[in-house]
Ligand binder design. Structure first.
Ligand code: ADP
Length: 161
């Protein structure tokens, strides 16, 4: 069974990586799709794709494919005939947001099933926006919050400001 893990991953955190690792143990193939979140500031989708690919190699993970999609995730899934979408839940805010998103997505394509994994307690507080906020002040403080290739990239980006 193939599952699509979609998100903006700007940047990918150890929380995302934990979900990816857990999902590879459950599914034959995991397709990570980097999408635009209109509410969030977004860097280049290709850059995010490339950093996730480096992280996958760095962690010796197999059966993962990373793609980008500038559109509705239901359209991506329909185009490539994927049926299972994976999302994860950290707290009640995520739950409320995901309930709305599932209503929209089910309304657009009822044949897609959405699977939810509860975040690892270690990473329940961790968000991409939190990481970016800390980066503005002290890049060294995000070292343990993101995978190594992401940290190297953020260091270059923020040290040159
Ligand atoms: P989006 O902008 O589409 O919500 P994100 O990159 O913020 O994309 O998140 C993608 C998915 O990863 C979402 O299901 C989100 O709940 C989940 N996620 C985000 N941070 C964590 C974390 N620390 N632990 C586990 N899951 C997370």
């Amino acid at each position: 069974m193939t599952v699509v893990f979609a998100g903006s991953f700007n940047p990918l955190t150890n929380g995302h990586l934990d979900i990816i690792k857990r999902s590879t143990k459950m599914y034959d193939k995991v397709v990570i799709v980097v999408t635009l979140n209109q509410k969030k500031k977004q860097i280049n989708l290709k850059k995010i794709q490339n950093l996730i690919e480096k992280t996958i190699i760095d962690n010796n993970l197999d059966n993962i494919y990373v793609d980008v999609w500038d559109g509705l995730i239901v359209d991506y899934m329909q185009k490539y005939k994927f049926n299972y979408l994976l999302r994860s839940l950290r707290n009640c805010n995520d739950f409320n947001y995901e309930c709305d998103m599932q209503s929209y997505n089910k309304g657009l394509n009822n044949s897609i099933e959405i699977i939810y994994l509860i975040a690892n307690p270690k990473y329940m507080h961790l968000s991409s926006s939190g990481v970016l906020e800390i980066c503005k002040y002290d890049i060294t403080k995000v070292k343990d919050l993101v995978p190594k290739p992401i940290y190297e990239y953020l260091k270059e980006e923020y040290e040159n400001i």
